[in-house]
Design a protein around this ligand. Sequence first.
Ligand code: FAD
Length: 522
Amino acid sequence: MHDFIETDCLVIGCGIAGAISSLELAEAGLQVLVVTRGENLTDSATDLAQGGIVYRGDQDSPDILAQDIMRTGGSYCSPKAVEILVEEGAPLVRKILMEKVGVTFDADDQGKLTLIREGGHSVARIAHRQDQTGRHLVSHLVRALSKHPNVRLLPKHTAVDLLTPQHHSPNPLAQYEPTTCVGAYLFDQEKGGEVVGCLAPRTILATGGLGQLFLRNTNPAFARGDGLAMAYRAGARVINAEFIQFHPTTFFQRDAAAFLISEAVRGAGGKLVYRDGTPFMEKYDPEWKDLAPRDVVSRAIYQEMMQRDLPNVYLDLASHLPANEIRHRFPGIFAFCLRHGVDISQELIPVVPAAHYSCGGVWVDEVGETNLKGLYAVGEVACTGVHGANRLASTSLLEGLVWGYRAARSIIDRGGTSRMAWKIRPWKDMGRELPDPTLMNEDMNTIKHIMWNYVGLVRSAPRLQRALKELRNLEFSIEQFYRESHLTDQLIGLRNAIQAAIIVASAAWKNKTSVGCHYRIS
Ligand SMILES: Cc1cc2nc3c(=O)[nH]c(=O)nc-3n(C[C@H](O)[C@H](O)[C@H](O)COP(=O)(O)OP(=O)(O)OC[C@H]3O[C@@H](n4cnc5c(N)ncnc54)[C@H](O)[C@@H]3O)c2cc1C
């Protein structure tokens, strides 16, 4: 066990939300330690974002955007949070992304941004960089962080648990104080399982989502609910966890990994069709058709697949956009599908829905502060209330930007980052043996199947009860396994995955009303 690392601010995660907070804090003169689980600092859901980020269109206004967010969110959105996003979002895209970090979005010959429209948006307002907006964005952010003298970057480190004197002090009387977060235990993936403690007066949790809990999903490998489970164990309040958004269109081929076919493809005229080319969205939503909100489109596809016993449906872009424009506007999607034998400029694209985004998460206020002193949460792991019961397309990058910035400003404005002498127990590895990867893979597969089949697009009381019973049994075995084994990144993830799965399934079971992306038949 090393000595504890000390810093002014610990930021766990380096997607858009964590990176924006870190940059702002560092510029204000605070020492920031940025920890990421990935080998590359850019490994994140942010890196995969295709469609773009909400900006401001012609004939657009904060009020119109707010109406679109609220309508999609099923009256579950926090009006205060939505107001913050619609008022501050577009100016921050300009001030931070374009002017400070140097991000450039697609524009016409006159330099005017070519904004696109996606499902649920009443005007074209999404700024994008072809179909690789996130990659462009996160590479600029990581470059800015790498150059900053106040930032220390620590890749290949997995946060294991948040530190609170209430749980980790050698003094038992600490439990009588209000819960305070004072940093985290960090697992060094390179040094054979060494765990270091990091002490910080402020910790920002920016660990992203939990799509990997579901068999079919669009998320990166680390999206296994680490942040949600860690915060929950520490005593943070979690809300709206039942609202898992399923993206209607991921590329389907039996042995290919799920790959997102961006909503922008339908924004560009793509239509959902049967194999014979007949469109079907009109019967589900005569007004918005293929551009209906994601929950409507996902359930329409699910219903078609169930009723007609189909493995997938199709997306037809080739009949609606010239081939050269398809190749130019969607180079990433074009290349991926071609590698798997489908030329999207000529052929129908086979698609199915997949788990995509967690609308709920760790409850935070307008500046990203949780109910634990010293702990902030930003980005997909947090629940600001912006998305309510269902997220409007391309608002998550914007939310990460706005709350990443606000959390940092709150820490800077309040001061109080002076380091204190906390007494925290050093990490003690209780395990003797390395865990068996085969057992861990099988347990993870079981979680994914349970979540996909019983806590998926269409939920019912018997399915949710079955899910909870099986997940709780598995949790008992995994916890025992965790206590007896030597720590590995996979084991940390498995323990977090089972706990996050139970949080989602319990929330889905408790909420008997169908709303937004939570749909119950009983
Ligand atoms: C395929 C795809 C396409 C998308 N397209 C769009 C889009 O066009 N527009 C839009 O607005 N949104 C889009 N989204 C959603 C959006 O990308 C995410 O919601 C957003 O990027 C989340 O940002 P974040 O900063 O919260 O987390 P992420 O970008 O996911 O970053 C999480 C970070 O946390 C780290 N981490 C996780 N666990 C640990 C741990 N235990 N210890 C240490 N580090 C850890 C990871 O290494 C990573 O650095 C898309 C998502 C996907 C998956």
